[in-house]
Design a protein around this ligand. Structure first.
Ligand SMILES: Nc1ncnc2c1ncn2[C@@H]1O[C@H](COP(=O)(O)OP(=O)(O)OP(=O)(O)O)[C@@H](O)[C@H]1O
Ligand SMILES: [Mg+2]
Length: 298
């Protein structure tokens, strides 16, 4: 195998010392690639000046063959939109971006991503989304009054809340609509305090784990722990299809299982894999870099 030793791959991050980023850097060095950490603060989009994107003042396509987004970060709505736009602009210049701007755009939007999954025949929890207090109350009843309220652009379980008492629903929906927030509400899936995280790279699941919690939120960031799990072919196929529907080449697909079957909760377009790594001998960072390299060669 011939490797281009001068090849540089960017890690777009605000925290180059984060565990996943250290893993990616190690994997790159092992595979003969030079890692370059940078953040959106180092990037400028230009139009009419030679349409492009600069990284610290230089055309990005001359600096990097690919960019791994880890992660797009928090910010104002306009900052996030610009970041997604810049990822798209990088792609136009021939830089391989993982995940693509368009995929991240779809995946971070909980309503839109679930809509696309549902339209592709993937089972998802019954969900309503509205900016109206009155409609939200109707939706709450339609969902059987046993619900989970989520920020539409959520992260790590923060702000995800059970709503199952009418008075609480009335107060919270009224408050949210009065402050111009939207109400995104889902039926509660009785999953027995665990769910499945399937890590998809390209068209395969490279690792999967069961996340077990002491209460209904199963985010590792909320204290859940991970156990190895062998996926059924059906779940494996579902995870791969879910990632592909949203255009994610690297994805953490979360699946909840109840007595009524399985439901895809979400597709994380910039997944962490620290918990998952402890359950498998496969080096996930290396798998990601191998995938990016094979795409670059292809
Ligand atoms: N409909 C539901 N029924 C039961 N439990 C749910 C439901 N939706 C979410 N949960 C639990 O709450 C956790 C957090 O919800 P969710 O994954 O939707 O948001 P998030 O983790 O904050 O978002 P992100 O993964 O994008 O950071 C899930 O991991 C799951 O354990
Ligand atoms: Mg989640």
């Amino acid at each position: 195998m011939m490797l281009d030793l001068a090849m540089k791959i960017g890690i777009l991050t605000r925290n180059p010392q984060a565990w996943c980023n250290l893993q990616l850097k190690q994997a790159m060095v092992k595979l003969g690639v030079t890692p370059v950490c940078f953040s959106f603060k180092d990037v400028m989009g230009t139009i009419g000046l030679g349409a492009g994107v600069t990284l610290n003042g230089k055309p990005i396509e001359g600096e990097l063959s690919a960019v791994i987004v880890r992660p797009i970060g928090s910010g104002s709505l306009e900052q996030i939109i610009l970041r997604v736009d810049l990822l798209k602009a990088m792609e136009y210049l021939g830089v391989k971006v993982v995940n693509r701007g368009e995929a991240i755009e779809k995946a971070v939007d909980k309503y839109y991503s679930l809509l696309l999954l549902d339209r592709s025949g993937i089972p998802v929890p019954a969900t309503i989304a509205t900016e109206s207090y009155g409609e939200a109350l109707k939706g709450y009843k339609m969902l059987g009054k046993d619900t989970v309220l989520k920020p539409i652009f959520g992260s790590r379980g923060v702000g995800v809340a059970r709503v199952e008492v009418d008075d609480v629903a009335v107060r919270i929906f009224r408050l949210l609509s009065s402050q111009r927030s939207v109400i995104y509400l889902q039926s509660y899936i009785p999953h027995g305090f665990s769910d499945i995280r399937a890590f998809v790279i390209g068209d395969r699941v490279v690792a999967a784990a069961r996340r077990v919690s002491s209460y209904w939120k199963t985010n590792v960031a909320q204290g859940a722990w991970t156990k190895p799990v062998k996926l059924t072919p059906e779940l494996e196929e579902t995870a791969i299809k879910s990632a592909s529907v949203l255009g994610c080449e690297v994805a953490g697909v979360d699946i909840m299982i109840s007595r009524d079957g399985f439901f895809v909760n979400e597709v994380n377009s910039q997944p962490d894999w620290r918990g998952l790594q402890s359950t498998t001998s496969i080096n996930i960072a290396e798998e990601i870099i191998r995938y990016v390299l094979s795409e670059l060669r292809g």
